[in-house]
Design a protein around this ligand. Structure first.
Ligand code: SAM
Ligand code: DTB
Ligand code: SF4
Length: 331
């Protein structure tokens, strides 16, 4: 079995990313089979528990208060509403439930106490519970862990060089700091990025370089294609080609062979054949349900048909946990 490396050079990553695309898919598919069951795809559900009105200026995001978008602002949902959605998601076959809040950072207030309650509730019904709430201190991360949080999503989004073109209200180091706080609280790390922000291939390579050389690879790497939203500065960005999505997924799979590589935002723009190539290239998770956080996603029936046509099987919850522990003990 190939070794897990955290010392990739940019040149090595560039060589992989730029290799002939069918060779790239073949190499990623081969590694994928060594480390994972290639027929297994995890189905996850997203829920925006607090929507819009965010003080940040992420230029892709419909939830930033400073852009005029169609997003309906909503204060934090009640725990009952969230549990209702989580049970619905579980009944529909989802094994991971990710709650997103349009916050710059977590504050120690009653809203956070309510999120802790939600985490407890969702963990209690046997789903992998994930949150994406913005920046986090180590203390807050520990509270989430104690409440039963399984994973925390915090994306690097793009390369360090391109970051300030996209967001000015926080730094790349802020992002890395939160990831460290999450890791120190022994929470599973979910971190990836978005393509189609006007970045160069070098930026994609740079972002993968940072992720793959973290002291421990993220257990989960979402690869998003920009969903351009009217009213945001990136509303007119051209759609990324599916081959770019495939290059990102395959390169992530080769660099971080044990991670869950998630084919995240952008599926609404892809047909079945294109998604099949992403699975071939090593993607092993999707978000199901007709909405991501605020933007549309393929409908559930269409996804069920896709699983049947491609002979995919939904992955059970907590499957990675035992293997992750083992790796940590060995390492
Ligand atoms: N506010 C928190 C934060 O930014 O960390 C959590 C929620 S935020 C919406 C979660 C992630 O969604 C972002 O990091 C970004 O990668 C992704 N995202 C937001 N808008 C997007 C869009 N229009 N297209 C693709 N991905 C998007
Ligand atoms: C991630 O990388 N993608 C998901 C999840 N993590 C939180 C979010 C995608 C959001 C797309 C824009 C929206 O629906 O608002
Ligand atoms: Fe706020 Fe997160 Fe959107 Fe940035 S991505 S504007 S932090 S909700």
């Amino acid at each position: 079995m190939s070794v897990i490396r955290n010392d990739w050079t940019r040149e090595e990553i560039a060589e992989i990313y730029n290799s002939p695309v069918l060779e790239l898919i073949y190499r990623a598919a081969t590694l994928h089979r060594e480390h994972n069951d290639p027929q297994e795809v995890q189905v996850c559900t997203l829920l925006s528990v607090k929507t819009g009105g965010c003080p940040e200026d992420c230029s892709y995001c419909p939830q930033a208060a400073r852009y005029q978008t169609d997003v309906k602002v909503h204060k934090l949902l009640s725990t009952e509403e969230v549990m209702h959605k989580a049970l619905e998601a579980k009944a529909a076959g989802s094994t991971r439930f990710c709650m997103g809040a349009a916050w710059r950072e977590v504050r120690d207030n009653r809203d956070f106490d309510r999120v802790l309650e939600m985490v407890k509730g969702v963990n209690g019904i046997g789903m992998e519970v994930c949150c994406t709430l913005g920046m986090l201190t180590e203390e807050q991360a520990k509270k989430l862990k104690d409440a039963g949080l399984y994973a925390y999503n915090h994306n690097l989004d793009t390369s360090e060089d391109h970051y300030e073109e996209i967001i000015s209200t926080r730094t790349y180091d802020d992002r890395l700091n939160t990831l460290e706080n999450v890791r120190n609280a022994d929470i599973s790390v979910c971190s990836g990025g978005i393509i189609g922000l006007g970045e160069q291939d070098e930026d994609r390579i740079g972002m993968l370089h940072t992720l793959a050389n973290l002291p421990e690879h993220p257990e989960s790497v979402p690869v998003n294609a920009l969903v351009p939203v009217e009213g945001t500065p990136l509303e007119d960005q051209p759609r990324v080609s599916v081959w770019e999505m495939i290059r990102m997924i395959a390169t992530a799979r080769i660099l971080m062979p044990r991670a869950m590589v998630r084919l995240s935002a952008g599926r609404i723009m892809m047909n079945l054949e294109e998604q099949a190539l992403c699975f071939m290239a090593g993607a092993n998770s999707i978000f199901a349900g007709d909405k991501l956080l605020t933007t549309p996603n393929p409908d559930v029936v269409q996804d069920e048909e896709m699983f049947q046509t491609l002979n995919l099987k939904p992955r059970e919850a907590f499957k990675g946990a035992a293997a992750e522990k083992l790796v940590r003990v060995e390492g």
